[in-house]
Each structure stands twice: as structure tokens, then as C-alpha cells.
Write a protein that binds this ligand. Sequence first.
Ligand SMILES: [Zn+2]
Length: 369
Amino acid sequence: MSVTWQGNGRDGEARIGSLLTPHGPIPTPTFMPVGTRGTVKTVDAEDLERVGAQMVLANTYHLMLRPGSPTVSGLGELHGFMSWRGPILTDSGGYQVFSLEPDITEEGVAFRSSYDGSRVELTPETAVAVQEELGSDVAMILDVLIGLPASREDTIAAMERTLRWAKRALAAKTRSDRALWGIVQGGSDPDLRSRSAAETAELGFPGFGIGGLSVGETPAARNSAVEAVVPELPADAPRYVMGLGDTEGILDCVERGVDLFDCVLPTRLARHGKVLSRDGDFSMRRAEWADDDRPIDPDCDCVACRRYSRGYIRHLVATKEFLGPRLLSLHNLTYTLDLMKRTRLAIEQGRFQSFKEDVTRRRSDDFPA
Ligand SMILES: [Zn+2]
């Protein structure tokens, strides 16, 4: 079987459902921790199970260069390689490649490997082939990204090329047991967004990424882009805002009918000593935590909060011990996945709006002493 989505209820535009994959069903809306090089930094597969991760994301660009998709395939594809039993989504690598200022032609992109400087080419077809070899449950098409700010002309050109590449990607697909999802582009112009969504949907993809968001646009611009896209997509297809993972952004998008998210934010912030919490996000470096024997968050049941004090974790962060980022990663992932669980429950019980208001208010109030 491939990957399908089944709706289980709605509250306004917010919706719950099950994503059915070859590696089991998972409830949506949900958040995918990012395992860039086949590892979610500082945490292992058992940790991911413990923090409640259901689906993880791996990065095509990094894995095709190191260790290479044939090696991953030989070690049992990504699931065997990472020893992760649940579903995996791979991004196409476009996001990383476009940050390397590649040569872009109608055929594809050519760039210098960030590992050894060698010249590498990626086309819509090879991006599909590499992801099929990696064996991810969901592969994403290679799309065309543009830097911000971008002119309307450049935005249209990137959007139209993404559509042409989407057709080529679909034609290159060979595995019927894996899914390939399209990506909607269109920058911050709602008209272009809705056109991109309608034309990508016409191509018949079973799921849709909404790309080019969470790149510094305002929340209002992001929300209006999502509002322009969602009505153009089939109601029974999963919708995935790529690269978004902050609490307020997730809730804004769930409210507008989005099912899936991914972001490096929980683990990246952890490596910078930052904590995500129901009372707002804060730095573990603050001097006031030095003698504090309370857990980071008394309501959290992650290992960092069950066993260790703020004073201890602050010490680990201040002395750059490896355990500091690890404990904070486990906490920040637990926080984010718990947010998704509470979101699903609120939708199921028809109280998403008041849930969203409560979460947002508590996080914006003064931090409790
Ligand atoms: Zn915790």
C-alpha cells in the first residue's frame, strides 16, 4: 500500500485524521522531528519513541552525499539504517541545494557538495530515484525556491518551473508502495498561492507540501498564504506546512486545516540552551536558575523534567556538557509532540478555539516566578 489520509472529525477548518502508511497509521495533526543526516541530533530511535514521535523527517540532500542512497538501501533502507519503525518523510533536498546558490536550468540544479566540493546534479527525476532508494514512506518533489524578497516575475517563474518539475517527478515515480507529494509555491501572493495549489492538485498528487513559508514572512502573510492554498486542495489529501514548528505558527495553521509540520526548531533551540514551555520559551542560561531545584516544567513528564533540576541543567548548558543539549532536545520534542496531542484532543472535543486562546494567552503572559 501507499500512503492515504482519512479524516476523523473537524472543528471549524481544524481537522483530525489518520495518515495510513506502510509503517503504520499515525494520528494528525502531528509534528515530525527532523533527522537531517538520518539522526535527530543528540537523540536516538528509542528516545524518539519515548518522546512520542510518530513520523520523522530525513534529508535527501545530506543522505545522498553521505553515506549515499545505495549504502542506505543496503542497510535496510532508511527504516533499517536509522532503526526507526514508524513512517519517514524525506524532503527532496531542494531547500539545502538552493541555499548553496546552484546553477539552475530547466533540466535541474547543479551545485558543489558541501562535504567535498565535488559537482553534483539533482533533477526532478533523480530526486525521486534517490528518495525511492532511501525507501521513505513519503517523498517530496524537487521544487524551485527563491530568496526573499522576490519580484512577482521571479515568483511566477519559480512557481511555473516547480509545476513543470512536478509533472516530471510524477512520471519518474516507480514505487507503488511509496507516496510522492507535490509542493505548492507562490511566495507571499495569495493569488499565486491559490493558482499554484489548484494546478498542483490537478496533477493528482495524494498529498501536498506548502513550501516557501517560515522564511521570515509575518504571521499574517503566512496565514493568508495558507488560507489561499487549502481550499484548492482535495479535502481527503494531507496538507503539510514545511519547515514550521513554533507553537503559535502550528496553531495558526491547524486552525486553517493543516495536518503536518516539521522543523529543526526544538532541537536547534536545545543546542542553544533554549527551552520551549507552556509558560513561554526561555533561556536555560538565566542566572536565576542557578540554585533552582524545580524541574524545567512541572507538568512535563520527559526525562529532563522527571529527574533533573533547572540548576543542574543550567550547569550542563553553562559548561557545554553534551548532556545539556540532549536533555533539552528531549524536553523540547516532548513539549512539541504533547502540544500536537493536546491539539488533536481539543479538535475532537470541539473546543479548538478556546484551547488555542488558552495556550497563546498563557505563553504571552508574564513568566511565572
Ligand atoms: Zn520536560
